[in-house]
Design a protein around this ligand. Sequence first.
Ligand code: NIG
Ligand code: FE
Length: 415
Amino acid sequence: MHADQLITGIAQLVTAQGPHARRGTAMSELHLLPNAAIAISNGRIAWVGPEHDWHDTAKATVDLQGAAVLPGLIDPHTHAVWAGNRLADFEARARGATYEEMLAAGGGIRSTVRSTAAAPQQELIALATPRIAALVRSGATTIEIKSGYGFSVAAELAMLEAIAALTTQTSARILATLLIHIPPTDPTERRTYIEQVCTTLIPIAAQRHLASAVDVFIEREAWHCDEAETIFACAQHHGLAIKLHSDQFHSIGGVELGIRMRALSVDHLEAAGPTQINALAASNTIATVLPGVSLHLGIPAANGRSLIDAGAAVAVATDLNPGSSPLFSTAAALALAVRSNGLTPQEALTAGTINAACALGLHDRGRLEPGCLADLLVLHSNDWRDLLYTLGANPVREVWIGGRKVQPGGTKVTT
Ligand code: NIG
Ligand code: FE
């Protein structure tokens, strides 16, 4: 083989193996290779093995001089495009108001909807660009971004178009999801909006390839299961995958609906109990937990430990958004999942790589194996566990996407 590039000096290479989501005890089974090398050709991994087993040639060699290398992180749930801010909400909550009260009173998400709908597309792009750069610096190489701060077909399409523009203007690989977030307050308008979503928004988004999935926020103050089912049936009819925001504050049937309709993932799960946990464990739907939300809102964290013990496949995301999770680091989301959701470091890495890729329906990334995209992280440390251990500094030294170094990461800290 004559590779484009050979990466040597890898003190530890750590990866999950195989293209499928890992569930239960298999979430701990990482492959750890000391003194490794990776060969890259055409932006993909051509070979991985012990450095002394490489006997072929490469056009260029990069010596990492003893660093840990991991698969690029996948952030499978963000709302990185928004305008305005929620600093007043933050302060009000610190004084005792709750997120749900503010939403019910017409604030919260609704205030971000107003600001975002009023912003020109160029402004949405300019606001999102540094947020995506921050996620990439923290190790994210693939990032899902949802629409959902539009209150009309036109505003949702404008958000999806802004996300499409970001895919060409940033180094990250971006996947767009159409989020049907919160309903109009008037019950008649609520029905009309679902009709518009099904007759216009979803068909246009699908036809123009503006989204690969449709997500619905199921909650007492948001959409209810029967409404979500109508939207999901339409999404599937148009060839789109489905995802859910569910069981954040109340368990009102979203998990069960998502499993029945074969959703890629059900996300949040802070209020999920044993029934929902066991149902997820018996399904192929990924359970995505969002530690930034429970930290920022002061609500109980999703029970990641019980999900894994029951046999579920768990993923972790930042849920980067202005209201419930201003968390601009994918690595920090994984580090918090160890502290808040009861994951081990091994499980957290699996949750942020292969399982997060599967939560987006992607099977060519989230692991360092021949044929996969050459998306990887180089840590400052020679021990991969520093990715999960470090809080408040960036443990990521380099981020590579498609075999090219795209962003310098954080600063070296001694642990
Ligand atoms: O994932 N819970 C609903 N939606 C988002 C929050 C959006 C916002 O507060 O602006 C979430 O938590
Ligand atoms: Fe979200």
